[in-house]
Design a protein around this ligand. Structure first.
Ligand code: G3P
Length: 218
């Protein structure tokens, strides 16, 4: 499963890129707003840091405007994936932009029926929101499993991007369910490294090594 960072923060992206395990980036209007720069400018900076798919979301909600905004975003860099909300005009815009060879990420997906529509419209990526479903008392991961089954039944090429991931368990379960991509905040990627037995084991290895070789002067 590819690991994407769900952030528009350049420091977090640089730190993730430095680890060598970040395959791409997702942003949304809220994440862009937090950084205080216009979307075109911030997205261009992100493209300089991460060598992979970068999702940039339109803010228009009407078909014609979504398409023109999508075309403009796609011109920023060859790695741009145009993110469109899963509303009627968004699906229609997805069909148009996909037909022009512009890669799309259909976002705010909360049902398998919506994911089916996105695949039929030629979406490159579908983004089901796991954490936000958990927040309202549902099992978000069931949605990933259901979409994976439907896409596999019909051979849809749309990649499943498990979004709104808040824990290491979300990441592992997404991978088990067959998501192609998991997108997560920096703090969740950071948590993937951790295990107390790793730290304890390393401390012991180094202690033993130091005892054996430092005492004999080597
Ligand atoms: O970017 C889409 C999604 O990952 C948002 O996550 O944590 O705001 O529900 P969250």
């Amino acid at each position: 499963m590819k690991i994407f960072l769900d952030t528009a923060n350049l420091d977090e992206l640089r730190r993730g890129a430095d680890w060598g395990i970040v395959d791409g980036v997702t942003t949304n209007p809220s994440l862009i707003a937090k950084e205080g720069r216009p979307i075109e400018e911030q997205i261009a900076r992100i493209c300089d840091i991460i060598d992979g798919d970068i999702s940039a979301e339109v803010v228009a909600t009407e078909y014609e405007h979504m398409v023109s905004e999508g075309r403009k975003l796609a011109k920023i860099h060859k790695h741009i994936v145009v993110k469109l909300p899963l509303i009627r005009d968004g699906i229609k815009a997805c069909k148009t932009l996909s037909g022009e060879g512009i890669r799309t990420n259909v976002t705010l997906c909360f049902t398998a029926a919506q994911a089916l529509l996105a695949a039929k419209a030629g979406a490159y990526i579908i983004s089901p929101f796991v954490g936000r479903l958990d927040d309202i008392g549902l099992t978000g991961m069931d949605l990933i499993r259901s979409i994976a089954k439907i896409y596999s039944n019909y051979g849809f090429k749309t990649q499943i991007l498990s979004a709104s991931l808040r824990s290491t368990l979300h990441v592992v379960e997404s991978a088990e369910a067959g998501a192609h991509i998991g997108t997560m905040p920096f703090k969740v990627v950071d948590m993937l490294f951790n295990h107390p037995l790793t730290d304890k084991g390393l401390e012991q290895f180094l202690k033993d090594h130091a005892k054996a070789f430092q005492s004999s002067g080597q």
